[in-house]
Design a protein around this ligand. Structure first.
Ligand code: PEP
Length: 253
């Protein structure tokens, strides 16, 4: 089912106690609200917070995500955290292919494809990020770049697993910059992404896929983005650390 999803990405911010406070506020806000079955709230938290945040929130309303996982199953990979470990903490989602991972930690298309496999094997729902840099947009290769990211990630993924996946379009130039893509720019890319998915899996699957926009979403701009036909929610960084702002974003969908 095509879901409306508001997902937080706390990145490497907050100590566990502060993270639990944020989670508590979101949980409290949702306590007396009926969430439609097609609406999901996901908190993407640091590994060290997973168990505490899972224990804090009402799992019928809020799911928890890790922000990365290892491409390996287990073994001598000092410092890595496996998809199975994430799952065992009670998390249901994992963010894969975030541009900060691609940029700073060597997450190539091949590594990202291996991470997706680990997520599927361990019954996690991946939130797969794609998006172009400013230079790529200026050079007018942004559609090609995003298409290549999608094709290389999913060409070996079967339909059953793909249907567990959420896509997040995150133009790199909009992440943490305060510069948001206009609703027109975002919608144009979201339709393009849906068409790429349709070419791989068919229109039925593409129509049911949730495609989130990420990049400087806040309480003031969320509604105009979420009103676009092909924008099914947001992946929210900075604003997700401010509970009142994040709640405004939740209310915008
Ligand atoms: C992100 O990190 O995924 C993100 C979209 O960050 P921000 O909302 O701060 O731009």
């Amino acid at each position: 089912m095509r879901k409306n999803v508001i997902a937080a990405n706390w990145k490497m911010n907050t100590l566990p106690k502060e993270g639990v406070e944020i989670a508590n506020k979101i949980n409290h806000y949702l306590a007396d609200k009926e969430l439609p079955v097609n609406k999901k709230i996901v908190l993407g938290v640091p590994y060290t917070h997973l168990i505490k945040v899972v224990d804090t929130v009402d799992y019928t309303k809020i799911a928890v995500a890790a922000q990365n996982c290892s491409q390996f199953e287990s073994g001598a990979y000092t410092g890595e955290v496996s998809a199975a470990m994430i799952k065992s903490c009670g998390a249901q989602y994992v963010i894969i292919g975030h541009s900060e991972r691609r940029q700073y930690f060597g997450d190539t298309d091949e590594v990202i494809s291996q991470k997706l496999s680990q997520a599927y094997k361990n019954a996690l729902f991946p939130i797969f990020c794609c998006g172009e840099t400013l230079r790529q947009r200026e050079e007018n290769v942004h559609f090609k770049v995003v298409e290549n990211q999608l094709v290389s990630a999913f060409i070996r993924v079967d339909r059953f697993n793909f249907e567990r996946t959420i896509i997040a379009y995150e133009p790199v130039w909009a992440i943490g910059t305060g510069v948001t893509a206009t609703p027109e720019q975002a919608q144009e890319m979201h339709i393009f992404i849906r068409n790429v998915i349709a070419k791989i899996y068919g229109h039925d699957v593409a129509d049911q896929t949730s495609i989130l926009y990420g990049g400087s979403v806040n309480g003031a701009n969320a509604k105009s983005l979420f009103e676009c036909d092909d924008i099914d929610g947001g992946l929210v960084g900075g604003a997700s650390l401010k509970p009142d702002e994040f709640i405004k974003i939740i209310e915008s969908i």
